[in-house]
Design a protein around this ligand. Structure first.
Ligand code: T4K
Length: 369
C-alpha cells in the first residue's frame, strides 16, 4: 500500500487566511511595515504573558536571538562555552560567531539534554558560560545547572527553540538561567513564519537586547553598541498574533496523536519512547523515538522503509554538531559516548494536527512489521 500524499515530520500551523488578510490590510493601510510597529509591540506583550516571563524581546529568527543573547553577556573573547552537540547547527554556530569556544559535553540518555553530571569535569579557568538546549522541549536539569553555575561563577543561557509554552513546576521555561531564546520558525509548534525571541528576568539585559536587535541604536543621535538587524516586520507579527490564539488547540490535537503513538508503539520490541519529566509540561514540538538494537531494523533502514511509503520522518539530530568538519577540533568531542550512540538511533515521527487516523495507523503498521 503506497500513500500518495507526502507525510512530513511537521506542517506549519496556519491562521485563517481571511483573518490574516484583514490584519495585513490594516498593516498596508497604516504604512507602518516594520521597526517596532503596533502589531510587533502587541505581540511582544502577549508573548510575555503566554511564556510567563517578565521580559520578551521579539526577533526575526531564533538564530539571531541566540547570537544577541550571547553577545549581550559580554563574555571574555575566546572563553569557553560548555554546550551540547545534540542540537541544531544554530546553537554551536552562535557561540563561534561570538568569538567564543564551544566545548562539547555529553547528553543524558532519557531527555537527550546536556548531562549536568558531566559539566563540572569540563570547567576550566577559561570557562564563562553553560549553554543548554531544551531539546525536543525536554527541559535541561535547570536546578543542577544553576548550582554548578553559581559555584563556578558562570553565566547560563538556554536555547528553548523547541520548548514554546513549556513550564517547569508551573514556571515559564524562559525564566531559567540568565537568558533564554526561542524560535518561531515555520516548523515550530508556534510560528511567525520566521521569528524568535529572547526572554530574561532583568531589565538591563532586556534593554540591551532591544538595542542590539536594532543596530545598537538608542535614539536618533546615539548608537551605543555594535548591533544587528533582527527586527520582525508587521506582517509576520500579525501572523504571530493569530497563531497565538491557535497553538493551544494544535497542542491538544498533538496530545491525542501522542497518546495514539504511545499506546501503539510502546509495546513494540526495540522502540523506546522518551518521557517528559513529571514536573514539566510538554510543548508537543516533536515526537522522538529511539530505535534500539533489538528492533528488527536499524534507524536508517526504518527511515528508508517509511520513505517508500512517502513518509518523511527526520533524524533530528543526526549528524550532531560534533560531527561537523568545522567542529572537529572542539574540546570534549572525543568523549561523547551517549551522543554518538543515540545519533544513529533517534528519529522524530510525523507530528502535526493534519495527520489523519489512516496516516497514523499506517505509520504504526510500518513500524510493527
Ligand atoms: N536552536 C535549535 C535547537 C533549533 O532547532 C533551531 C532551529 C534554532 C536554534 C534556530 O532557530 P531559527 O533561526 O531557525 O528560528 C528546521 C528549521 O528550519 C529550523 O528552524 C529548526 N531549528 C530545525 C530543527 O528544523 P530543516 O532544515 O530540518 O527544515 P526543513 O525545511 O527540512 O523542514 C522540515 C519539514 O517541515 C519539511 O520536510 C516539511 C515541513 N515544512 C517546512 C517548511 C519550512 C513545511 O511543511 N512547510 C514549510 O514552510 O530545519
Amino acid at each position: 500500500m503506497i500513500n500518495n500524499d507526502k507525510i512530513f515530520v511537521t506542517r506549519p500551523l496556519l491562521p485563517d487566511f481571511d483573518e490574516f488578510t484583514k490584519l495585513a490590510k490594516e498593516v498596508y493601510d497604516s504604512k507602518w511595515l516594520t521597526n517596532m510597529g503596533q502589531k510587533h509591540n502587541l505581540l511582544e506583550k502577549e508573548l510575555e504573558k503566554e511564556l510567563k516571563v517578565p521580559y520578551c524581546v521579539l526577533m526575526n529568527n531564533g538564530t539571531l536571538a541566540l547570537l544577541i543573547a550571547l553577545k549581550n553577556l559580554h563574555l571574555p573573547q575566546g572563553s569557553e562555552v560548555i554546550t551540547t552537540p545534540f542540537t541544531f547547527a544554530a546553537t554551536t554556530h552562535s557561540i563561534v560567531l561570538n568569538n567564543l569556544k564551544p566545548v562539547f559535553c555529553d547528553i543524558e540518555p532519557n531527555t537527550m539534554t546536556i548531562d549536568a553530571d558531566k559539566i563540572e569535569a569540563l570547567i576550566t579557568p577559561n570557562t564563562s558560560l553553560i549553554l543548554g538546549v531544551h531539546v525536543y522541549g525536554f527541559p535541561c536539569d535547570v536546578e543542577k545547572i544553576d548550582k554548578i553555575a553559581k559555584k563556578h561563577n558562570l553565566k547560563v543561557v538556554y536555547d528553548a527553540a523547541h520548548a514554546f509554552s513549556t513550564e517547569i513546576n508551573s514556571r515559564g521555561i524562559g525564566t531559567f538561567g540568565d537568558v533564554s531564546t526561542f524560535s518561531f520558525h515555520s516548523t515550530k509548534l508556534y510560528n511567525t513564519i520566521e521569528g524568535g525571541c529572547i526572554t530574561c528576568n532583568n531589565e538591563e539585559l532586556y534593554n540591551k537586547s532591544v538595542s542590539l536587535r536594532d543596530f545598537g541604536i538608542v535614539d536618533e543621535n546615539t548608537v551605543n553598541d555594535i548591533g544587528i538587524n533582527a527586527k520582525m516586520n508587521e506582517f509576520q507579527a500579525a501572523w504571530g498574533l493569530l497563531n497565538l490564539k491557535l497553538y493551544r488547540e494544535e497542542q491538544n490535537k498533538r496530545k491525542k496523536i501522542k497518546e495514539f503513538y504511545d499506546q501503539n508503539l510502546g509495546s513494540i520490541k526495540g522502540i523506546r519512547i522518551l518521557k517528559m519529566p513529571e514536573n514539566a509540561t510538554n510543548s508537543y514540538q516533536y515526537y522522538p523515538i529511539v530505535i534500539e538494537d533489538d528492533y528488527h531494523l536499524s534507524r536508517d533502514e526504518l527511515c528508508k522503509k517509511f520513505n517508500e511509503y512517502n513518509i518523511f520522518p527526520r533524524k533530528y539530530f543526526y549528524p550532531v554538531c560534533s560531527d561537523f568538519e568545522c567542529y572537529k577540533n572542539v574540546r570534549g568531542r572525543d568523549n561523547l559516548p551517549v551522543t554518538n550512540a543515540v545519533k544513529h538511533r533517534v528519529m522524530c515521527l510525523p507530528y502535526y494536527s493534519g495527520l489523519t487516523h489512516e496516516n497514523l495507523s499506517l505509520i504504526v503498521k510500518i513500524m510493527d512489521k
